[in-house]
Design a protein around this ligand. Sequence first.
Ligand SMILES: Nc1nc2c(ncn2[C@@H]2O[C@H](COP(=O)(O)OP(=O)(O)OP(=O)(O)O)[C@@H](O)[C@H]2O)c(=O)[nH]1
Ligand SMILES: [Mg+2]
Length: 298
Amino acid sequence: MSGQDGPMRAGYVAIVGRPNVGKSTLLNRLVGQKLSITSRRPQTTRDSVVGILTRPDAQFVFVDTPGVQSAHGSRLNRYMNRSATQALEQVDAVALVLEALRFGPADRKVLAAIPDGVPVVAVVNKIDRLADKSALLPFLATLAAAYPFREIVPVSAETGVQTEALLGALRALLPEGDLIYGEDELTDRSERFLAAELVREKLFRLLGEEVPYATAVEIERFEQEGELRRISASILVERSGQKPIVIGKGGEKLKAIGTQARQDMEKLFGGKVFLELFVKVREGWMDNAAILRRLGYD
Ligand SMILES: Nc1nc2c(ncn2[C@@H]2O[C@H](COP(=O)(O)OP(=O)(O)OP(=O)(O)O)[C@@H](O)[C@H]2O)c(=O)[nH]1
Ligand SMILES: [Mg+2]
């Protein structure tokens, strides 16, 4: 298959960067679906997620990754870093996401982890937040001097400004070749994984400071009857004191988490969802090899 703009190209693009720069927002924007969860808090993404965009002249297989961080706390944290580093193996190009006007040691560290020879495009995100756009030019010059980026593309993942230009820059780095995935495929992840992630997103969005980091979501049951999906999930917390926080006064918090997660699932899966949530205390789950394996963090 070949489009008007030259030969068919297909390949893998890892989306990397320090926590909270907008990697997952960018993935969702590029593929036009909410596949990867996002929140105001750093370290929302724990596991890599593939999002596929197929155009007449190119297939982009994007791999969203957890934000690389230097504080190695738990076994879970080590998994997150490993998952980001592994995504860099055997990719055709890397999109290094930065925040406009910020390029510091944490960003340099991510850059240093990219294997030699892999072309890197710097994605300068969140330009919609810049009150003074003239500050961008010297910043782009600083970046160009710091590393031989193949391209530097300012974008807003939130509004979509300049994301077509980014796709153009990335397409040029993909090898010529046939589709890697089917034309209508969107992700390599199961609905089960996506459902657990959507619940986790609501925990990150609706709960206070430390609590989201103490939670994980385990799908207990996932059954499909025609267009209806029946899903039961457990929210794991670290300490018994966190359970009432997740449940909230009169169960209000858990209800909001469930409602919002269900609405997102219905949109993504294109069918009705019946969602049941439980909260369980699992002390030390983020260092427990068996639990981490069940959660897919191994
Ligand atoms: N104003 C603005 N906000 C953005 C943009 N892109 C992302 N954000 C916000 O930045 C925050 C972090 O976005 P994420 O997409 O979760 O960031 P991430 O890099 O995936 O973060 P981790 O998974 O935690 O490493 C969210 O509140 C987003 O809404 C943008 O272009 N403009
Ligand atoms: Mg993310």
